[in-house]
Design a protein around this ligand. Structure first.
Ligand SMILES: Cc1ncc(COP(=O)(O)O)c(C=O)c1O
Length: 383
């Protein structure tokens, strides 16, 4: 199935993406609806699991194939992939276990999503200097600002691949190359681009991303990537039968951890969610991250001027292609954004309402590749 197939065949689109039957869903930066394939994969597994224990009916190689699919999406090795659940958990594991010492500093963005702020803030209790990045414009993760705010004591920089409100997309490779040359660990919260834009990790040391947004997978079915060379240097904050050697399930006197990214998977896997994640990753690979990214930018290039013509201010409106994303966020001084959001909801257009520290409310649109131009047009008309 190609993007073109979906956008040129309404019957197919409605079949594959059942949400399109009665809603215009433009909130993929929040929590996505499941495509039929993903939903059916989970249902099928759940039915099979009624007839035996939940693992026995599983296809042989299921976990290794799932790791391979994640590795293909991220362009890394299967052994660098762990399935530990939500983004917050993956990032917390990294923050708790990274070799960061007293008086080192780390650079984060205070206005990133809290999942990528709190685990790092907590390090201040260990004497680590937690630097909050200065931004020229709110929510703009500019490479120049990041690169200009590290020094010889910076141990790690951890950023979102795309800001969840402004939609400013980070230039991962550019920043990553700069940091790698200086031996600084580079971590990414990848949830706002995985499944939307190519999100590859050649110059990244770790990345956590759940599936429930652009990847069109279940909640808490996340991927954690950790660069091979770093795995053994990170002390996992969790221990169990799966990540510590225990022949025949007999506890040993020594704790011997696995050497690959399974080091961070302490116990049983959430098979139900990984089945859904796998189906979602296969769908994203079938459509192709490059095509998806191009299509999201095409939609944005229509949506931004259409909203501006109606008097709305669009955040990050003038972004270069490499800093633009599928997130289009608007406000209008003096307008009741809450009421406008309610109007959209009443008319079965799903968008998100977000607020900044000063209390300004915004409507955030985050259409995916399967949304049509007519759907976007309808949303704009309602505004
Ligand atoms: C940038 C970002 N990170 C993380 C999350 C969610 O994290 P989790 O997967 O832990 O629920 C969100 C959700 O809105 C987000 O926008």
């Amino acid at each position: 199935m190609t993007l073109q197939d979906i956008l040129s065949n309404e019957e197919l689109r409605r079949h594959e993406f059942p949400v399109t039957k009665d809603k215009i869903f433009l909130a993929h930066a929040a929590v996505c609806p499941l495509p039929r394939r993903v939903s059916e994969a989970v249902a099928h597994y759940a039915m099979n699991a009624c007839t035996d224990d939940q693992e026995t009916g599983m296809l042989e190689g299921f976990m290794s194939d799932s790791r391979r699919a994640a590795a293909q999406l991220l362009n890394c090795k299967s052994e660098e992939i762990a399935f530990v659940g939500p983004t917050s958990l993956g990032l917390s594991f990294m923050a708790a276990g990274l070799p960061i010492r007293k008086r080192d500093n780390i650079l984060i963005c205070f206005d990133d999503y809290p999942s990528n702020v709190y685990p790092w803030m907590k390090l201040a209790e260990r004497g680590v200097e937690v630097r909050l990045m200065n931004m020229k414009h709110w929510g703009h993760l500019r490479s120049v600002d990041i690169m200009g705010q590290v020094d010889e004591n910076t141990r790690a920089v951890v950023m979102a691949s795309c800001h969840f409100v402004t939609g400013y997309r980070l230039e991962i490779e550019k920043v990553g190359r700069y940091l790698r040359e200086r031996g600084i660990i580079f971590g990414i919260d990848g949830i706002q681009t995985l499944g939307a834009f190519p999100t590859t990790v050649e110059f990244v040391d770790f990345l956590a991303a759940d599936a429930h947004k652009w990847l069109l997978g279940p909640c808490a079915a996340g991927v954690l990537y950790v660069r091979r060379e770093l795995i053994s240097k990170i002390e996992p904050p969790v221990y169990g039968w799966h990540n510590v050697r225990c022949p025949n399930f007999v506890a040993q006197e020594q704790i011997v951890l696995r050497e690959d990214a399974r080091r961070f998977e302490a116990g049983s896997h959430s098979l139900l969610s990984i089945v859904g994640l796998r189906a979602a990753m296969e769908l994203a690979l079938e459509i192709g991250p490059d095509s998806i990214g191009r299509e999201l930018l095409r939609k944005r290039s229509w949506l931004v001027p259409a909203l501006q013509e109606r008097g709305y201010t669009v955040l990050n409106a003038d972004a270069k292609a490499e800093n633009a994303s599928g997130i289009v966020t608007i406000f209008k001084p003096g307008a009741d954004m809450g009421a406008l959001h309610a109007k959209l909801t009443e008319n079965k257009v799903v968008a998100s309402l977000r607020v900044d520290r000063a209390g300004q409310r915004y409507i955030r649109f985050s259409p995916h590749y399967y949304n049509t131009d007519a759907e976007l047009q309808r949303a704009v008309e309602l505004l």
